[in-house]
Design a protein around this ligand. Sequence first.
Ligand code: MG
Length: 469
Amino acid sequence: MSSFINLNLTWKNWNEMSRLFGTFGVRGVVNSELTPELAFKLGLALATHLGGEGKVAVAHDNRTSSEMFEHAVVAGLTGGGCDVLKFGITPTPVLSFGIKYFGCDAGVMITASHNPPEYNGMKFWERDGSGFERERERQIEEIVEREKWRRVGWREIGKVCAEDAISPYVRAMLEKVSEVESKKKVVVDCGNATGALVVPKLLSELGYHVISMNSHLDGTYPSRKLEPIPENLGELSKAVVACGADLGIALDGDADRSVVVDEGGKVLMGDRVFALVAKHYLRGRKRPRIITPVATSSVIEDVAAELGGEVIRTRVGEPEIVGEFKRNGGDIGGEENGGVLFFDWSLCREGILTSLKFVEALEKSGLKTSEFNRTLPLYHQVKERIECPNELKSRVLDSLAKKFSSYEVDRTDGLLVKFEDGWLLLRPSGTEPIFRCFAEARDEGRVGELVELGMRELKEVIKELKSLE
Ligand code: MG
């Protein structure tokens, strides 16, 4: 603990200090929460963890701080005896591919995904291209915390070489998706981030008429916020309509998530895209196994029913989906935010392949994007949140469980209350002092009622417990 304080790291409390890794890697504001000193230590700790040998792929997004962190983590890795392959500016799915392609022993991705430009982050990757398991993250934390790293002598310092992972990725991807004769017009909004290096090029090589916007790299991200959600995609919606395009595609900052805009400018949420892609991708497979967290729309159950497959619900988060796949197998995984995993391709959320498979499916359907969307039942969703101190979260959850004890509930993650005509999910955030309240129903009025009920109960319970403090 003392080592952290001496290092002047501004982690807010001991809990956070002892846990560098959040739900998906280390993340924080550059040069205050996440410093190059810490990146160096993490690099050295990873090298120590790997026994001071082996080859580690290092890639980064195009944030203004990313190259600084690359230098720091590479110094740590080589100083600890590992060789490094530097991929440079690369989307996360390309790093995952490159680790396997170049036979690396691990990988490091420097990115803060959809967070604002003042943030950055680091995530470690296994040799099979999946994110580090929790247990390995704990071991790295312990090395950093106790300064138990091992530096090597001058003869054993690792070698560094630069490698192009994007070209082999693009070649492999072109074999995975069919070329088309039609000239569908696609507007691609890369948000000035790394997807711009791959997605417009891939789509044009496949035969689509591509109009790319915000596709020059700019680490200050001037065009839009990076999270691909409707409130950040107004310009894309307008561009699709103005250009008379068939659809639009938006990616997040590291291209592991993508969503679609239809020809009328309406954003299809991530779980819609996931369901439509899953239906196309899994056609013809025997009893496909679809893995998704509890927060995903029931439309995925409709897809599974059509395909004669099953849906396995997990806790929220990519590691949960990958963990379930590793334990019991599966065909596809996906999240409500537009992150889809194609297990026969990689063990990483694939915003790039998702967008290509969506366009391919659309092409085969012969429908307009809005019509294609309506080939699956429509659901209405409302997503709300309420502030809740972290220390109250588990008691709030227990009280809610009592309140809803006469209903059918599922406690995989938070509290999922099932109704005849919809569901309500009350779930504490793993990263922020808030409780989330999601509702879904076929009927728009009903979803309003459900979310109102959820928020009312949440407010009451939080107020009650606060008054007891
Ligand atoms: Mg991302």
